[in-house]
Design a protein around this ligand. Sequence first.
Ligand SMILES: [Zn+2]
Length: 192
Amino acid sequence: MPRFDHNNLFIRYILDADMNQNIEVLKGEQCPLCHKNTLTLTEYATEVPHFGIVHVFGMDCENKECNYHLQDIEPETAGKATKYTIEISSEEDMKIRVVKSSKAVVKIPHVTTIEPGPASSGYITNIEGILNRVKVQIEKARDTEEDNAIKKKAKALLKKLQKVMWGQDKLKIIIEDPTGNSAIVAEKVEKK
Ligand SMILES: [Zn+2]
């Protein structure tokens, strides 16, 4: 069964579907949040085509009152600080692979910026996965904002995102990572 949590949504689903190697599991570690010995550490390696092997590390607390979860990724061949820029222009582009570490900043000009923080996760996804995360954020703003101007802007952004996902509009996505552990895996990507 795929696992979901507020921070990872469908990302785990993609990972679970991809997983073709053994997971190493270490149970009974101390949880950094509730300090009980209920933390399970997991590690596995997965291959991202045209990129390489990526190690995925997970921390999950089994104490149901705690539910601490954190995940990060690390490519086998870590690079230097990188900036990837891509223009999304077709439905086909939704499948482009994205490797995002917990230290990455994801910028979508005129839409949003996803900053790394202590609770941010690293994951392997695709452009559609990134856009879906952004969509969830904007939907939240649309549904909870009191300010009508912000509500209106959120609605317009959601419309734009939907068009991009259908390949009817263009969108620029930038991923910056000081650790060099992130990547957008496509021929048309601009790497700096
Ligand atoms: Zn815990």
